[in-house]
Design a protein around this ligand. Structure first.
Ligand SMILES: Cc1cc2nc3c(=O)[nH]c(=O)nc-3n(C[C@H](O)[C@H](O)[C@H](O)COP(=O)(O)OP(=O)(O)OC[C@H]3O[C@@H](n4cnc5c(N)ncnc54)[C@H](O)[C@@H]3O)c2cc1C
Length: 310
């Protein structure tokens, strides 16, 4: 099916995106187009105008400073997966970006588009919620920061206002000794996550210290699994303790479980503890780090000074 007619504008800066958004009510930003274009072609969206942000250089790249990794909104999934900085400081994010869709999707799709689209079957929201990331947003009034836990508000619903632009994602660099993992149970055809679980676990002596677990694909928006976290923290890191904590996930799912053509709600409920257990086990026993395939031209570099830190 063809997309409905729309006007097309191309922006060269964040300021120009803001001007175009105010001048064209109902316009949509076009980043990688891998979620928006299918919606247009299915006629599930019919914006009057598209504002192409794909050439806005200030929205691209990866940098590390002040204990966090800052990733420009236009950075592609492939660039994140290939970044040595992301692999070192937020390995669960690198792992999740590397299992998104297929190479074409990873080379076009962007982190900003992925979070703004807020599909519960997406991979990055789950990891960003678990890792306590925050989003830098340019607004009519300047800038604000939104915590990932407050950003995702429901099925394809976010805290973004009509004129808001995600400019960057800030991910805290993991503390020494923290293990991270992303476990994806993907649909074999679409590759989207039927269930995605991100885990970040610290050890404290012989016991488990802080635990963060987030769930994707199960309920309308990525959420923390508080019952699982509480059950594992302070326990000895045994297989039995992990299995018992994973079983607690049923208390974190509520009544809003997703059931769709890919998997029924009952199937998701039965599989959730399995995926949580795998994610926790992998986070507690991380494989030795292997170098990413290449820098992917992301402009990454530890402590690089190019990024306009605010
Ligand atoms: C075949 C296929 C398989 C896929 N598999 C997966 C998968 O396994 N896992 C997964 O997570 N995703 C998957 N995706 C989705 C893919 O990751 C998309 O690229 C991503 O969700 C959207 O990013 P985009 O840059 O393409 O955004 P676009 O499609 O350009 O935009 C998506 C939405 O975000 C808004 N937007 C874009 N950038 C910004 C910004 N900076 N600020 C505010 N709003 C913005 C747009 O206006 C639009 O509403 C798949 C897509 C396809 C086509």
């Amino acid at each position: 099916m063809y997309a409905p007619d729309f006007a097309y504008y191309r922006a060269d800066s964040v300021a120009e995106i803001g001007r175009l958004l105010r001048a064209h009510p109902g316009a949509k930003l076009l980043a990688g187009g891998h979620s928006l274009i299918p919606l247009l072609k299915l006629r599930l969206a019919a914006p009057s105008a598209l504002i192409d942000i794909g050439r806005v250089a200030e929205l691209k790249g990866i940098g590390v400073a002040d204990g966090r990794v800052r990733i420009g909104a236009l950075t592609t999934h492939a660039e994140i997966a290939a970044s040595a900085d992301v692999a070192q400081h937020a390995p669960a994010l690198a792992a999740a970006a590397g299992v998104i869709g297929d190479p074409a999707v990873r080379n076009r799709g962007t982190v900003g588009g992925n979070v703004a689209h807020a599909d519960p079957a997406s991979d990055l929201p789950t990891v960003l919620v678990a890792l306590g990331a925050s989003f830098a947003v340019a607004t009519d009034d300047g800038e604000r920061t939104i915590a990932a836990g407050d950003f995702f508000q429901g099925m394809m619903a976010t805290a973004l206002g009509e004129h808001d632009i995600v400019t960057a994602i800030d991910v805290p660099a993991r503390p020494g000794g923290q293990g991270q993992a992303y476990e994806k149970f993907s649909h074999p055809a679409s590759r989207y996550a039927v269930i995605g679980v991100a885990a970040a676990v610290e050890r404290q002596g012989d016991a488990v210290g802080s635990v963060a677990v987030a769930l994707g694909g199960l309920v309308p928006a990525a959420v923390r699994a508080g019952s699982v976290e509480q059950a594992l923290s302070g326990q000895a890191p045994t297989a039995e303790a992990v299995a018992a904590a994973a079983a607690e996930v049923s208390n974190d799912l509520g009544d809003d479980l997703i059931g769709d053509i890919y998997a029924s709600a009952e199937y998701r409920r039965a599989m959730a503890p399995v995926c949580v257990k795998r994610a926790l086990t992998a986070a507690l026993h991380p494989a030795p780090a292997s170098p990413p395939p290449s820098s992917g031209g992301s402009g990454s570099g530890s402590g690089s000074s190019w990024w306009p830190w605010s």
